[in-house]
Design a protein around this ligand. Structure first.
Ligand SMILES: NC(=O)c1ccc[n+]([C@@H]2O[C@H](COP(=O)([O-])OP(=O)(O)OC[C@H]3O[C@@H](n4cnc5c(N)ncnc54)[C@H](OP(=O)(O)O)[C@@H]3O)[C@@H](O)[C@H]2O)c1
Length: 259
């Protein structure tokens, strides 16, 4: 039996995944959150359920393990009686910041296990077990459209996501409505850590580097606000069916490439 609107969110304990969880809780969704650290997941679940008066469950697991997304999708479908929305936000490869020259065989495999394999497993499981039509929202980065010396591993692998989502949109229509979001910059713990590590490697001051290389990348001279991201997620959670297989740019025109 369906138990109201429900969403499954990976990376839901922090950063973009957490902001997404808040946006959907605000709209009355019950949630299942996935991340590795059980303590942080519990804190996130408690904070969101008390703020928004929704039911928030969590599953501590690692996206890089086979079966994580199959288990998470099956458990959430059973618990909520079906999923309306699945959102995939991820971490970063361990080697990052690392150049093409520095990355090892294992680093490349780790990135595939972090981004592509769990996304494919989630799509397939959802198509087989879900009882409703679901929006399937995946977060990627504007850096997949330009080369960046130190993000080459994540970006090369994430560049495959639009291909996978387009294929899923065609194979699983109308059950799945996959949408890829190309993000600019948002001030999160993960973004701050990555940018500080790159600044240190270059012998630059992290705060100055953040202002110049993150905020000033957009002509708006800032990162996206939490409220802007929440508005986007609120819209995508009920995106028109005809957006199946689309790529949405949410990057404040960061970079000069043509989307
Ligand atoms: N923030 C930005 O400006 C920005 C821009 C473009 C793209 N992105 C991308 O968006 C994604 C999320 O970024 P963020 O800034 O929100 O990062 P974040 O603040 O570090 O949050 C990452 C979330 O993912 C979870 N996570 C990390 N590795 C995991 C794994 N192996 N298995 C399961 N969960 C895992 C983390 O919890 P645990 O550590 O407990 O597992 C946490 O909940 C990243 O892939 C990032 O590259 C970010």
């Amino acid at each position: 039996m369906p138990r109201g609107k429900a969403a499954l969110i990976t990376g839901g304990s922090r950063g973009i995944g957490y902001i997404t969880a808040e946006a959907l809780a605000e709209k009355g969704f019950n949630l299942t959150l996935v991340a590795r650290d059980p303590g942080r997941l519990r804190e996130a679940a408690e904070a969101i359920s008390s703020l928004y008066n929704v039911d928030v469950q969590y599953l501590p697991s690692d996206l890089r393990e086979e079966g994580t997304m199959e288990n998470a999708v099956r458990a959430a479908v059973e618990l909520w009686g079906g999923l309306d929305v699945v959102v995939m936000s991820y971490g970063n490869p361990k080697c990052e910041p690392c150049t093409l020259d520095e990355a090892s065989w294992r680093d490349w495999l780790e990135a595939v296990k972090l981004y592509l394999a769990p996304t494919a497993e989630a799509l397939k499981t959802l198509a087989h077990v879900n009882t409703k039509q679901a929006r399937f929202i995946v977060f990627s980065s504007f850096t997949t459209r330009e080369t960046h010396d130190y993000l080459v591993v994540a970006d090369t692998v994430r560049a495959g996501l639009p291909v996978m989502l387009r294929a899923a949109a065609r194979l699983y229509a109308p059950k799945l409505i996959p949408i890829l979001v190309i993000l600019g910059s948002i001030d999160t713990p993960g973004a701050r850590t990555t940018v500080s590590k790159i600044a240190k490697r270059l012998g630059r001051d992290p705060e100055e580097f953040w202002a110049l290389e993150v905020e000033d990348r957009s002509p708006l001279k800032r990162t996206a606000s939490r409220d802007e991201l929440k508005k986007l997620v609120g819209f995508l959670a009920q995106a028109p069916e005809y957006m199946a297989g689309s790529v949405v740019y949410f990057d404040g025109a960061s970079g000069r490439f043509i989307p």
